[in-house]
Design a protein around this ligand. Structure first.
Ligand SMILES: Nc1ncnc2c1ncn2[C@@H]1O[C@H](COP(=O)(O)OP(=O)(O)OP(=O)(O)O)[C@@H](O)[C@H]1O
Ligand SMILES: [Mg+2]
Length: 222
């Protein structure tokens, strides 16, 4: 299988005040293959979200390289990064972050509109794939939490990203809704060979993934 993402010696510190800084990532190395579903686990404060933000180009590492395919994005300027992010990376968060004023369909279309593309048909197709058909005109307050999270997954898929990064995607859902989101993620991988990197505290979910990466104090320990 081809490598989709190669993370090499990534380090990150945050300045706390003039004298002190906190090292959150201490040298992360990880290779991810196309179609893999990887769980990132570890105690609170281990650096999971920080790593995910850096992989998602939302933050820059102090050291090391993030290589997607053959592109080392650590060398990109802000403009190129923004365009790369919008085209190649899908995000799913713990809270769905759908825009309340817009319908489910419009929310899914927002990442496509940034590129000025009309993807209404694709958006309708995705609504069906994620199992929220017939809710396209509903606003986020008019659908259930599980449906909203599935709409957020459809939004993450609209630009056919190479990789989807998810930070505790089931963290805010009850067991039934969490299970339906988990099932959907594996469905998308099986049907479309979609790659997922998922930070989760849900052990059952992690256990189903192809690989579990365990972090502790800014390092991968297994
Ligand atoms: N912008 C920041 N400035 C300073 N410290 C930060 C910043 N972001 C995160 N940290 C610190 O870095 C450490 C790692 O944070 P991170 O959010 O990556 O943890 P996590 O593994 O995702 O934890 P959780 O499971 O609770 O979400 C924490 O100690 C946190 O307080
Ligand atoms: Mg976190």
């Amino acid at each position: 299988m081809t490598s989709i993402l190669n993370i090499k010696d990534v380090k990150k510190s945050y300045k706390i005040d003039k004298q002190n800084s906190l090292t959150v990532l201490k040298g992360i190395n990880l290779e991810i293959k196309k179609g893999e579903v990887i769980a990132i686990v570890g105690q609170s404060g281990a650096g999971k979200s920080t790593l995910l933000h850096i992989l998602g180009t939302l933050d820059r590492p102090d050291n090391g390289n993030i290589i997607y395919g053959d592109q080392d994005i650590t060398k990109y300027n802000e403009k190129d990064l923004a365009s790369f992010r919008n085209k190649k990376i899908g995000f799913i968060f713990q809270f769905h972050h759908l825009l309340p004023e817009f319908t489910a369909l419009e929310n899914i279309l927002i990442p496509a509109m940034i590129d000025g593309e009309d993807k209404k048909e694709r958006a309708m197709e995705l609504l069906e794939i994620v199992g929220v058909k017939n809710r396209e005109e509903h606003k986020p307050s008019e659908i259930s939490g599980g449906e909203a999270q599935r709409v957020a997954i459809a939004r993450a898929l609209i630009n056919s990203p190479e990789i989807i990064l998810a930070d505790e995607p089931t963290g805010n859902l009850d067991t039934a809704n969490a299970n339906s989101v988990i099932e959907l993620i594996f469905d998308l991988r099986n049907k479309f060979n979609q790659t997922f990197v998922i930070v989760t505290h849900n052990e059952e979910f992690a256990g189903k993934c192809d690989r579990i990466v365990k972090m502790k104090d800014g390092l991968i320990i297994s």
